[in-house]
Design a protein around this ligand. Structure first.
Ligand code: BLA
Length: 291
């Protein structure tokens, strides 16, 4: 499989162009040492982009082009905390044999518990999920903690890399991103300080989880070294983790506390679960109750 055919550049080009048609994107400044990097091994190239818009706190993209070895796309867009619409999340990891894909409008508030949030944002999008269900079947057991950050329309899939799948993924990405843009455009601020505080904390909790436990970190460390990888994670990918709130990882996830006070390095305490998709076609959660 020639991996250059599976590039993610056109994905981010589409997203930026499409966003510009609907709102005013402005570049968001970030550290020079995180712009267009080469990995330590000299093989992989890392490309980053960062923007903001009136209703979008942060829209950022990381593409890693590892020649014959891999292609990675980590793309996300976060709402302004005055708004409670979902976080856009595309996370694609591709080698010549395997692709691991997460594509979702990640809920800001836990949809395994909050039915009103499902009503508000997902009920009308269930057809979108069904359109791709046969191409991207549920990717088997998953780190259970992650599930709270996923929505009823999540595409979570692992498959053998192929050009055909890549093109279908591109179609799904475009559809999901367009749906997210509509949601973003329609989102209205509620003049309620309490809501903004809740949104801010929910976004901070999400950033705190991903900045600590995202499955891509070990590979980023290998490519960039410990220090630069840490900056990439905290100041770029999950920027806001050090400013949107003051709680620590252990405040949100005390079950990770070790006896010596440090954070357990295991990626998951709850373990893997959910062999099958835990939502029904209407978007109701039908999995075990999550602790
Ligand atoms: C694997 N990435 C995964 C897995 C998930 C995600 C669910 C499967 C393993 C697991 O169950 O944890 C993605 N997890 C997410 C996302 C959220 C979440 C999007 O909780 C959101 C809340 N991935 C990257 C980057 C790299 C990367 C930048 O984003 C590499 C630089 C790699 N992801 C990557 C690799 C694996 C993976 C190598 C397989 C490794 C493993 O399973 O341990």
């Amino acid at each position: 499989m020639d991996l250059s055919a599976l590039s993610y550049q056109k994905f981010v080009q589409f997203a930026v162009e499409e966003t510009r048609r609907r709102t005013t994107l402005s570049p968001r400044p970030y550290q020079d040492n995180l712009k267009n990097l080469r990995a330590k091994d000299g093989n992989a190239a890392l490309h980053t982009l960062s923007f903001q818009a009136p209703k979008i706190r942060h829209l950022r993209s990381l593409i890693i082009e590892g020649n014959a070895a891999m292609q990675v796309f980590d793309f996300a867009a976060f709402p302004e905390p005055t708004l409670d619409y979902p976080i856009f999340c595309a996370n694609f990891f591709t080698t010549s044999t395997l692709s691991i894909v997460v594509l979702d409008l990640n809920p800001l508030h836990d949809v395994t518990l909050q039915r009103d949030y499902i009503e508000k944002y997902y009920r009308s999008l269930m057809l979108l999920y069904q359109k791709y269900a046969e191409f991207f079947p549920w990717g088997d057991k998953i780190t259970s903690e992650s599930l709270k950050f996923f929505s009823p329309i999540v595409i979570w899939c692992k498959y053998s890399s192929s050009l055909e799948k890549h093109e279908t993924l591109y179609a799904a990405f475009k559809d999901y991103f367009k749906a997210w843009l509509v949601v973003m455009e329609q989102a209205v601020e509620v003049a309620d300080k309490f809501q903004t505080v809740r949104n801010c904390e929910a976004q901070h909790k999400y950033l705190t989880w991903r900045a600590e436990k995202d499955p891509g970190h070990p590979l980023l460390k290998r490519l960039m070294g410990e220090n630069l990888a840490r900056e990439m994670v905290r100041r770029f990918l999950f920027e806001g983790v050090d400013s949107l709130g003051t709680k620590s990882f252990l405040d949100y996830y005390p079950e990770y506390l070790c006896e010596d006070g440090s954070v357990n390095r295991k990626r998951s305490i709850a373990g893997k679960g959910y062999r099958t998709r835990p939502w029904d076609a209407e978007g109701n959660f039908i999995g075990n109750h999550l602790s």
